[in-house]
Design a protein around this ligand. Sequence first.
Ligand SMILES: *Cc1c(COP(=O)(O)O)cnc(C)c1O
Length: 389
Amino acid sequence: MSTAPEEILARLRPTWAEVDLVVFGSNVSEVRRRIPKESKLAVVLKADAYGHGAVELAPVALKNGASMIAVALLEEALELRRSGIDTELLVLGPLNSPQLKLAAEHDVIVGIIGPTQLEEAARANIPLTIHLKLDTGMGRMGLTEPDLAPAAAILKGHSRLKLAAIYTHYANASHAGDPLTEKQRSRFRSMRQTLSSMGVSAPVHHSANSPATLRGLVEPGDYARVGMAIYGGEVFDEGGGRLNPVMRWRTELARIKELPPGSGVGYGHTFTTRRLSRIATLPVGYADGYSRLLSNRGEVLLRGRRAPVVGNISMDLVTVDVTDVADAAVGDEVVLMGTQGGEEVSAEELATKTSTLAYEVFCRISARVPRVYVSSGQRNVKSRFLDRS
Ligand SMILES: *Cc1c(COP(=O)(O)O)cnc(C)c1O
């Protein structure tokens, strides 16, 4: 990099998401340590690595024990290929027929999510590596029991289709002791037996997402298929399933004004000061993924303390009441998500306050927000506003 990161950041709005590559790497190796040693780790980097940046995280994951990368879209897989990733890449799909050829050309493994897709893959008549998805109870994608016999016939009749793995997906693994998980495990076993009795089997199986993996449900030799855990989000409904958060979202205090009691703040005047107040403005809004549902509900960190969001969140601006943070000053760092001092606003807290999951909180941090990659003292800025040449 020719320009120093400090210089680049000085030219941008001071709102960015820091992504700690060292923490990410150690989360990946921690997950690797927790699965059986005969098993392999597939990291799920779909949706731009849950908003963290797939191109930047992929090499770090591979260096720390990941053997395969799974994404949702073919476009996501091709982006990784272009960036030089030559590891096994699985697209979870669904893919349409014209995409199959592209997948084959770029050595991308195709997740087969139903009988129609299997027929299309066979009809394409190209050498294609596939993973076959079974629906063991998710009710979303995958072959059901009646699909197995016709699928076996196709697989045996088309030698250009290489069945490299059979997989399934858990619906309720985040919920401790949910009986569905055990039911899905045994159904996965019995559906594989049915296929095997028809002469179809695969060298590898995978089923465990983050919660299933951290609950120790990866069978020796199976792959684990892990997303959220490596980003440091909570993966158990009951708590206790969180590695270290990788992302920290911060901005800086842009303006402080003193308002007399009885002053309305923001669109709709949904907040009125009750005392002489110091109201601060932050250069971030719902266009950046800071949900409007946090209006009059969210809290931010300032000088290691919590300050409440007051008034409605605008597209580009947020107002917070800093009356009780007497030393607050323009230019102070404000943390929207992550830690400051001993305090934390977790992705889970933001999720609870906006009736969603930390998964969505991460994915919603928009492309307008630069990602700053931090690794052992070094920083690397990625923004769609920067000339990448
Ligand atoms: C997203 C996804 C995962 C990863 O789930 P996490 O809960 O983030 O670990 C695994 N498998 C499939 C099929 C997925 O779609």
